[in-house]
Design a protein around this ligand. Structure first.
Ligand code: ARG
Length: 303
């Protein structure tokens, strides 16, 4: 597809008649949404009863009913945007099972399952594996190295960016490359608040053979070498502020045009709007008590 093919769909989120050139000197691309298929798990048993990241404090009360309302609003947002949402049943005793992104990496219909670092989450992987098998995924491989799936693996359309440092083992990166047959680029995370790649970086628009992907990230979450890799791969990236990273604003979900992100991430919303994307805010206040946001609740089923 060429730019001319999508010319009819102009940039949005800029307000009527905004002169793009003033806000952002680069040419703003027309943004094209593509329909997605997501897997989500309702937070019926969500709570914070253990602490495996700095966001979690079992002393702080969690309102499960409110978490369910927030999750429902997220799901309805995807459906309103034209996406398909599949739902896996929540299991009692697995309060973090709502974070579907951690249980599988699916590219071209191939599934690489999960192997959690924390024993408290270990059993989630098998529930998701069974869901894949029951739902017609034929190529399901379970990893032998610690692998927290889309928590640490981000597909750009041409590369699989792979985080390590807190959860996913670097050995899982080569396992992902072999299993999924995609080139993997390892990135080292260094700030415990950003313990997964998906709280430090997200893909705004996927790349192809002819178009470079566009990503947003928080530089301070990465080691110096990994930051140089990011600058080399994505010279045009949206650079998030500390404020927008610290509300888990980078735990966002984009369909190539619509960007679903936490309500507090106002600066990031403005930045993506200037690049021609349309921000959609969701309240994830309860889920954030566990260190999760919109993306953590959303596994993408690709192909
Ligand atoms: N409490 C969960 C954990 O620490 C949160 C996981 C969030 N998921 C994500 N994809 N970042 O494992």
């Amino acid at each position: 597809m060429t730019v001319a093919d999508v010319q009819g769909i102009g940039p949005s989120g800029l307000g009527g008649g905004a002169t793009v050139a003033v806000d952002h000197p680069a040419v703003v691309e027309p943004r094209l949404a593509t329909p997605r298929r997501y897997l989500m798990c309702p937070p019926e048993h969500f709570t914070v009863s253990y602490a495996i990241n700095p966001w979690m404090n079992p002393e702080v009360a969690v309102d499960t009913a409110e978490a369910i309302r927030q999750w429902d609003a997220l799901r309805r947002t995807y459906e309103r945007l034209g996406h398909t949402v599949e739902v896996i049943d929540a299991e009692p005793g697995l309060p973090d099972m709502v974070f579907a992104a951690n249980s599988g990496t699916v590219v071209d219909g191939r599934v690489l399952g999960a192997r959690f670092r924390a024993p408290e989450r270990a059993a989630e992987a098998e529930h998701y594996r069974r869901w894949f098998v029951r739902n017609g995924f034929r190529d399901v491989v379970m990893p032998s190295c610690t692998n927290e799936a889309e928590g640490d693996f981000t597909w750009t359309g041409s590369l699989l960016l792979a985080g390590t440092g807190f959860r996913t083992d670097p050995g899982a990166h080569s396992e992902a490359q072999e299993t999924l047959g995609v080139p993997v680029v390892s990135l080292r995370l260094i700030d415990p608040r950003y313990y997964h790649l998906d709280v430090a970086l997200f893909v705004l628009s996927e790349g192809s053979a002819t178009v470079a992907p566009l990503v947003a990230y928080y530089p301070e979450a990465f080691s110096p070498g990994s930051l140089r890799v990011l600058r080399r791969l994505f010279p045009d990236a949206v650079i998030a502020t500390e404020h927008d990273a610290a509300c888990l604003g980078l735990n966002a979900v984009s369909d190539g045009r619509n960007v679903v992100l936490p309500i507090e991430a106002v600066g990031l919303a403005e930045q993506v709007a200037q690049r021609g994307f349309e921000p959609h805010f969701v309240d994830i206040g309860e889920l954030r008590k566990s260190g999760g946001g919109p993306k953590c609740c959303t596994m993408e089923l690709r192909g």
